[in-house]
Design a protein around this ligand. Sequence first.
Ligand code: SF4
Ligand code: SF4
Length: 444
Amino acid sequence: MRASGLATFTLGGVHPPGRKESASGLAIEPMPPVSRYLVSLVQHCGAPAAPLVKKGDAVTEGQRIGSVDKGLGAHVHSPVSGKVAGLARTLHPVLGPVPAVAIERDPEAGPAIWTPRDWEHLPPAEILAAIREAGVVGMGGAGFPTHVKLSPPPELTVDTLILNGAECESYLAADHRLMLERAPGVVQGARVLLAVLGVPRCRIGVENNKKDAVEALRQAVSDAGEGARISVEPLVVKYPQGSEKQLIEALTGRRVPAGGLPAHVGCVVQNVGTAFAAYEAVALGRPCFERVLTVAGQGVARPANLLCKVGVCLSDIAEHLGGITEEAVKCVLGGPMMGFAVPGLEATVGKTTSGVLFLDAWESPDADFGPCIRCGRCLEACPMGLAPNEMSIYAERRKYEGTQRFGLWECFECGSCAFVCPAKRPLVQFIRASKARLRCGCKL
Ligand code: SF4
Ligand code: SF4
């Protein structure tokens, strides 16, 4: 659908307050080194990485410390040079305590030096292997291993690579700053991914509240002489535009069938941060152990866009930014719609941490919810055409099986329904609970 010359998806969608002003104008700054890093072995979809180090081992920056050799997963690398303090646990926002490697940084160690690679003449399989070796995963939040996503089923024909620069969640500006400040790297990342996929076209979708990023990317595309293959396309500002299916429809008009993959409509979608990480992995030989994240919300003394290594504790970030305020009531990893609240600041940064939000009571109201008044607003808001009201009623009565009739497994938990519900029903929590109960075989 096009309005005012800009594309967007057709079904549902909402307009939460952007609240990006506090961070969108702030240049990326490096998070200073800390003394101890707690590096999760679960920074991706799939099985935990198996640790390759033990207490007392010396490690160097970029050394592989966790491996996934079979099945879905991604390797994990040390963010610093130092010594392994032990195998420990860190707090995953969904899974709870997960295995991790604790590393004490060697303050005397210099920065690692990477060896640039003339990747343009490499066969696609070798480029893909470099991405896998570097442990690159979907940096938009999903954490799907990139080398797997770049290997669509051979019976499906892919003709379009889509880079996701929508960043439609409130507060977050990490992708915005990356596109603005590292545009040539993002475009080189697109070229790397095009080479792996062997497809003729890349379309970069950016919501139109980031006009400077659109201009920076267009300039980088022009400088790279890639105008014929890569286009940068501004989109209407609408949530959840950054979701794969909605972005595909906005840019191409194609609709992924229920239960289908983007490749079923000829597309592969990667986040702009993932493209940048792929560029660093392939062109510079640099593993994925660092990312840009936004720290914002009324609960932190100073907002920032930090270039932050994995394994940094949230309490270290808060301290670096002047501490959290007395008003802070909640800490969320990711955006306010799809992110996850963490119970404590001992949680650590991972490859998928796009934001750390310290919210006050006004930003994160804790309202009691009431019965469904059948107003239908959630039906209008749902971008998948589902019936979250019905799902919530079944889940409330613990009739989890019944939720499946209303599209439970098509729901990607965007939160648009809950955002518009006048009864403040926790629709996403009902949906998540139903999925969890059904997955573990509990039908009552
Ligand atoms: S959370 Fe699920 S049901 Fe609710 S609007 Fe999003 S996709 Fe639809
Ligand atoms: S928006 Fe809330 S009250 Fe209205 S139909 Fe949906 S669940 Fe019921």
